[in-house]
Design a binder for this molecule. Structure first.
Ligand code: HEM
Ligand code: HEM
Length: 172
């Protein structure tokens, strides 16, 4: 069965790229904002450490951005991820990206509903460490994607040159 997204470039449109980049950056910034407020800005309150007033605001911002991220992430699955996978392009770092997204989404769900404090703390830790690692993951993924593309380009070029040599020998 042929789907309409089976042709056309795997490279995202300029517009989709901008959405992915701007939402990803904001998502990380809002997560790091919470981390800073939580671990560095908590003040001494009357009854022990009081959370910084900005904590809930970082989370509200983060939650909103997470939903926006899921939209642009979903839009990237058919024409980008699934198709590149089938064409065997950039699979290693692509699988890494998908795994990280999976861990982030599952742990985020857990953060909403996990009851126990211990489980919640673990989920939080897994979530933000994966979140920070995903920055490096995305940079790696883009770099490898670009590199593979130029390598395929070079291979094609070589094949072309070899072909020319062969023709030359045959004719000369
Ligand atoms: C969370 C999932 C993913 C995200 C956020 C993501 C994002 C990106 C971004 C931003 C680029 C650079 C811009 C571009 O070239 O379009 C890129 C390139 C690329 N990605 Fe992904 N990607 C994901 C999953 C995958 C998967 C699963 C595969 C394949 C198995 C894949 C294959 C590629 C390839 C082949 C390129 C190079 C495209 C080119 O330059 O022609 N990606 N990706
Ligand atoms: C797929 C992408 C992501 C989704 C869907 C997501 C979603 C969520 C959700 C739903 C929460 C719980 C909010 C609450 O308790 O009200 C959360 C918390 C958090 N997220 Fe994310 N997030 C994502 C990526 C990231 C990234 C990239 C970072 C970067 C550091 C990050 C850092 C955090 C932190 C620090 C918290 C607070 C943890 C805690 O309460 O212990 N998240 N996220």
């Amino acid at each position: 069965m042929k789907h309409h997204h089976e042709s056309g470039p795997i490279k995202l449109s300029r517009r989709h790229q901008l959405w992915i980049y701007s939402i990803s950056v904001s998502l990380v910034v809002s997560g790091v904002g919470w981390l800073v407020a939580h671990y560095f800005l908590a003040g001494a309150g009357e009854f022990g450490d009081a959370p910084h007033y900005s904590e809930p605001w970082w989370l509200k911002l983060h939650g909103a951005l997470a939903m926006a991220f899921l939209v642009v992430f979903g839009a990237l699955l058919p024409a980008h991820a699934f198709r590149a996978w089938r064409l065997n392009k950039n699979r290693y770092s692509g699988a890494l990206m998908m795994s990280m997204a999976f861990i982030l989404i599952i742990s985020a769900y857990g953060l909403y509903y996990a009851g126990g404090d211990v489980l919640r703390d673990w989920l939080g830790l897994i979530h933000w460490i994966t979140g920070l690692a995903a920055v490096a993951g995305l940079v790696l993924h883009i770099w490898m994607g670009k590199r593979n593309r130029t390598r395929v380009g070079h291979q094609l070029q070589h094949r072309h040159i070899n072909q020319k040599h062969a023709n030359h020998k045959r004719n000369g």
